[in-house]
Design a protein around this ligand. Structure first.
Ligand code: GLP
Length: 235
């Protein structure tokens, strides 16, 4: 296994490290950037947004999108990406799953094709409290492609902080599969805060198991993990 672990003082410093990894990839000719949502990537996106980096001839492909909410709903991942990155730093084209798709099989096929035609050079990941990456919850096969996910109670609860009412939290999402994530040339996973310390230790030091989706990263040849002091405290 090769995981490079960087421990920054806090999420802000970590975001600067994240920005450096994006800058290096861009300067080394990376064409396709896999992007993530959640609170974790925000400091990295902020640094990128405020930088001189130019992504206008590169592509981005996001990991996931809630099912059943429209792109202009302020809880959609499309809205999140527009607000936090794309409005400030545009890519030539940015792909996300279509949360309003009605034909699951067609949407899955479309997204898998997007990923196959545009191999991801650098994939950014956050980390769910139960070890999920994208929306690949525990038990997801390590080989799969895009799929519809029934979100676990842990994830629905964790995400309810962004919604007025827990009943408004979507129960399903489209997610890029672990097989596709693992095909990315390089992977950057970020995880911050004391709450993530246990799962970070399992991801890095525990057995590789579908019970902890992120543990699969131990099998990837080029992974960088950026932590802050709190999330690294149990290593
Ligand atoms: C959601 C997203 C994941 C993200 C996770 C952690 O479930 N689908 O991609 O990694 O939340 O979110 P946060 O970074 O806010 O802790």
């Amino acid at each position: 296994m090769f995981m490079k672990i960087i421990v920054a003082k806090d999420p802000k410093q970590a975001g600067m490290k994240g920005h450096e990894i994006f800058a290096d990839a861009l300067n080394n000719g990376a064409q396709v950037f896999g992007l993530a949502t959640g609170s974790t990537p925000l400091t990295t996106y902020e640094q990128i947004a405020n930088s001189q980096l130019d992504f206008s001839d590169r592509l981005s492909i996001n990991l996931d999108e809630y099912k059943g909410i429209s792109p202009d709903n302020d809880q959609s991942y499309q809205y999140f990406m527009d607000k936090n990155l794309f409005s400030k730093k545009a890519f030539k084209h940015s792909y996300l799953p279509n949360g309003l798709a009605t034909d699951d099989a067609a949407e899955i096929k479309r997204y898998d094709q997007v990923i196959a035609e545009n191999p991801i050079d650098l994939q950014l990941l956050g980390l769910g409290l139960n070890g999920h990456i994208g929306f690949n919850e525990p038990g997801t096969s390590f080989d799969g492609g895009t799929h519809v996910v029934d979100l676990t109670e842990s994830t629905i609860n964790a995400n309810s902080r962004f919604f007025d009412n827990i009943d408004d939290v979507p129960k399903q999402a489209y997610s890029m599969g672990i097989g596709s994530i693992m095909k990315s040339k390089k992977i950057l996973l970020e995880a911050y805060g004391e709450k993530k310390a246990d799962i970070v230790a399992k991801m890095i030091e525990g057995p590789v198991t579908e019970d902890v989706p992120a543990s699969v990263l131990q099998n990837h040849p080029d992974v960088v993990v950026i932590l802050d002091e709190a999330s690294a405290s149990k290593l």
